[in-house]
Design a protein around this ligand. Structure first.
Ligand SMILES: NC(=O)C1=CN([C@@H]2O[C@H](COP(=O)(O)OP(=O)(O)OC[C@H]3O[C@@H](n4cnc5c(N)ncnc54)[C@H](OP(=O)(O)O)[C@@H]3O)[C@@H](O)[C@H]2O)C=CC1
Ligand SMILES: O=C(O)C1=N[C@H](C(=O)O)C[C@H](O)C1
Length: 273
């Protein structure tokens, strides 16, 4: 049963690890209701049954455009939450904006140029869009702590550790963290020796001038990030560890509620806190 105040939500990537949790979170949220579930598996099946919470009367479909067009007919402004794959996210966001459906994007792997292009597109459409590489408030606090510490350290490296089904590396969170550090305008990690990699990649990926990011992928992990600062005689490690994906749900619901008031794109959950 819906009432006029509730927010219609489409979930793209509904049958994935994140999508399943988001379906459950939306089903429990009193101020929103599901109007579409996009996936490639379980086509035609009730998404509520697929995720184990009973019938929601929303079948899984692989046709995003049809679902967006239907969502646009709802009495309230609709939102699309996307947790799919780097290979389709750019087009998914453009499609949603074209239909007037507000994107809340968890999917990572967008380039900085793609984000800039999407910001222009959203601005021209006066349509809010949130790209959040991480929905966890704990991760945002980790990033803020790293920024506070960075003023006092010249050496820093990032290690991000994830399950071995992750499609992209480095993680969007690690890239965002490195970007935030770079934006401080400090010069990090001056080279003190003529370093040689005997195995390519041994020193990790480089963001910007010289912020190193190392990516670990093993089963048994969900998501972890360590920001390690170093100085004479000491190191400081700032770490966040996600033990399961429920840690992201409060941030997802916050973005669904906040995106409706926006008229442009924002990048990063920290801008909403
Ligand atoms: N912002 C945040 O806080 C978080 C973001 N993420 C990001 O969310 C995304 C999804 O992560 P996760 O749920 O673990 O991934 P999964 O692989 O478990 O789920 C991805 C979903 O997208 C679908 N999908 C993948 N590729 C395609 C394609 N080419 N066409 C159509 N559908 C496709 C999958 O369908 P099918 O099931 O058929 O393969 C699945 O439903 C990643 O980018 C990840 O980095 C993850 C956790 C937190
Ligand atoms: O793929 C994941 O699992 C995650 N991806 C996001 C990222 O790339 O930063 C967020 C979180 O690390 C989990």
């Amino acid at each position: 049963m819906t009432n006029n105040a509730q927010i219609p939500v489409v979930v793209s990537g509904a049958t994935g690890k994140m999508g399943r949790e988001i379906i459950k979170a939306i089903a429990q949220a009193p101020d929103m209701y599901l109007v579409g579930a996009i996936g490639r598996k379980h086509l035609g099946e009730d998404i509520g049954e697929v995720v184990g919470i009973g019938e929601l009367e929303i079948p899984v479909t692989d046709n995003l455009e049809v679902v967006l067009a239907q969502a646009a007919q709802e009495s309230q402004l609709p939102v699309m939450v996307d947790v799919t794959h780097p290979s389709i996210i750019y087009d998914n966001i453009r499609s949603a904006i074209a239909y007037g459906v507000r994107p809340v994007v968890g999917t990572t792997g967008l380039s900085e140029k793609q984000i800039d292009d999407l910001a222009i597109f959203a601005d021209k459409a006066s349509t809010g869009c949130i790209i959040a590489p991480n929905f966890s408030v704990g991760v945002i606090l980790m990033q803020q702590a790293a920024i506070a510490a960075a003023k006092y350290f010249q050496h820093v490296e990032i290690i991000e550790l994830h399950h071995n089904q992750k499609a992209d590396a480095p993680s969007g969170t690690a890239i965002k963290t490195a970007q935030m550090l770079s934006e401080l305008g400090q010069s990090f990690n001056p080279a003190l020796v003529d370093e040689k990699e005997h195995l390519t990649g041994a020193r990790g990926a480089t963001y910007g001038e010289n912020i190193r990011i190392h990516s670990v992928r093993v089963p048994g992990l969900v998501a972890r990030q360590e920001v390690i600062f170093g100085a004479m005689g000491e190191t400081l490690k700032i770490e966040h560890n996600a033990s399961d994906r429920t840690c992201y749900m409060a941030g997802v619901l916050l973005c669904v509620r906040k995106v409706l008031a926006l008229k442009s794109l924002i990048y990063g959950l920290e801008k909403l806190l």
